[in-house]
Design a protein around this ligand. Structure first.
Ligand code: FAD
Ligand code: NAP
Length: 342
């Protein structure tokens, strides 16, 4: 049996990028699958609910969580297979995502460069199928290992069974909070390949004098764009995009376009249309607004900021006003992107 370091009434304010002043009734960090199983068993024994925490960059925590918060600290990178063109790297769920990106750049394992500088852990990446600049983690994820919380059985999910979609996976829908991811394996290319069609990336490349567009250059440029545009959570608390870009039916899109001909939109699957939620917020006047410490960033309307370090209830009240306003103006109901445990 492994000995766990259990803490009570533990502050999570430094462990969530929104800087919500949340307290965990009980808290433990686990560094191996066996510690994780031990922690889940303990929670079951004590009849406590569990909450899994990675880097806390996509989560809305309650003021007080009465159960057991389990922070995933499982680390390690291991090349488990390779052929002439590819390498399979198995990564501990608690590894920092950007550390993994840097590991890949160092060893010349290519594919994930467009996902540079996304905060959080590797284990959380499949949960919302992180994406940026035209790439999603699903494009390179091969399989993941998880533990089913009810039975403590080890399960391997292949990419196809994760039901990945736009900022979606089976772990956010049908199987929400039923599995804890311990490792994720990515199939990466040994041959450099770059994806540079995304408009703001293309524009940034065109505006620089670059002789060769290598994956390292793409990663570097994306880091520069992100650092210039997105608030650093350790200075201005935020959880990245607060709302998902809504995907709507063509009929509703036409009604919006009739009224707002410059609406920012992109074709989505099955004839639907994806709207830029940031455009909706900016159009409605929310960009740069600060309501007693909670607001939207002045350079990036989709990023809700919590400079006042307010509670989740205060943040969600503000978000509800915003959602109601967007619904009333455009007929579009925005969906909150971070996992909401409040
Ligand atoms: P947490 O916030 O700790 O957890 C999120 C959810 O995953 C929770 O439900 C939690 O219970 C669950 N979870 C965490 N780890 C595990 C695990 N091992 N097993 C099972 N469940 C788990 N996202 C993008 O997609 N693209 C971006 O470009 C992007 N940019 C961002 C920029 C900023 C400034 C910020 C603050 C956020 C951004 N995000 C972006 C959102 C966020 O970084 C990602 O969603 C990230 O993957 C969250 O990782 P985390 O470890 O912080 O997860
Ligand atoms: P941007 O380039 O200003 O574009 C605004 C929005 O339009 C984005 O949300 C993007 O959707 C969409 N878009 C732009 N070009 C597109 C195209 N050719 N096809 C389909 N959709 C397109 O975006 P940004 O705010 O600076 O962010 C840059 C990238 O980082 C985006 O991919 C964004 O998702 C990601 N990001 C995510 C978060 C988060 O917390 N989830 C936070 C910051 C940045 P997509 O979101 O689908 O790309």
């Amino acid at each position: 049996m492994v000995k766990l370091d259990l803490f009570t009434n533990y502050s999570l304010q430094e462990m969530n990028t929104l800087s919500v002043p949340a307290i965990a009734g009980n808290f433990v960090e686990v560094t191996s699958p066996s510690e994780l199983k031990e922690a889940i068993s303990l929670a079951t024994e004590l009849n406590l609910e569990t909450l899994i925490l990675g880097g806390g960059s996509n989560i809305i925590l309650p003021d007080f969580f009465v159960g057991l918060v389990i922070k995933i600290g499982i680390t390690g990178f291991e090349v488990i297979d390779e052929d002439k063109q590819h390498v399979w790297v198995k990564v501990g769920a608690g590894e920092n995502w950007q550390d993994f990106i840097e590991y890949c750049l160092n060893f010349h394992y290519w594919g994930l460069e467009n996902l540079s500088l996304i905060p959080g852990t590797v284990g959380a990446a499949p949960i919302q199928n992180i994406g940026a600049y035209g790439v999603e983690q699903k494009d390179y994820m091969s399989e993941l290992n998880a533990i089913e919380t009810k039975s403590l059985v080890d399960v391997t999910f292949q990419n196809a069974s994760c039901e990945f979609g736009y900022r979606e996976s089976v772990f956010k829908s049908r199987l929400k909070d039923q599995y804890v991811i311990t490792h994720v394996t990515f199939k990466l290319s040994k041959k450099p390949c770059v994806v540079i069609e995304y408009p703001s990336l293309k524009h940034a490349i065109a505006s620089r004098d670059i002789s060769e567009i290598t994956p390292q250059v793409v990663s570097q440029i994306i880091c520069e764009i992100r650092q210039s545009k997105l608030p650093n959570p350790s200075v201005i608390p935020n959880a990245g995009s607060f709302f998902k870009n809504p995907i709507i039916d063509f009929d509703l899109y036409q009604q919006i376009e009739d009224k707002y001909p410059d609406v920012v939109s992109f074709p989505a699957k099955r004839g639907q249309i994806k709207l830029a939620a940031g455009w909706l917020l900016e159009q409605a006047g929310w960009k740069g607004i600060n309501d007693c410490g909670v607001g939207f960033h002045s350079d990036q309307a989709l990023v809700l900021t919590n400079e006042g370090r307010k509670t989740s209830a205060q943040i969600l009240r503000f978000a509800e006003d915003v959602r109601a306003d967007i619904l009333q103006r455009f007929g579009v109901l925005l969906e909150i992107e971070p996992a909401n445990y409040s």
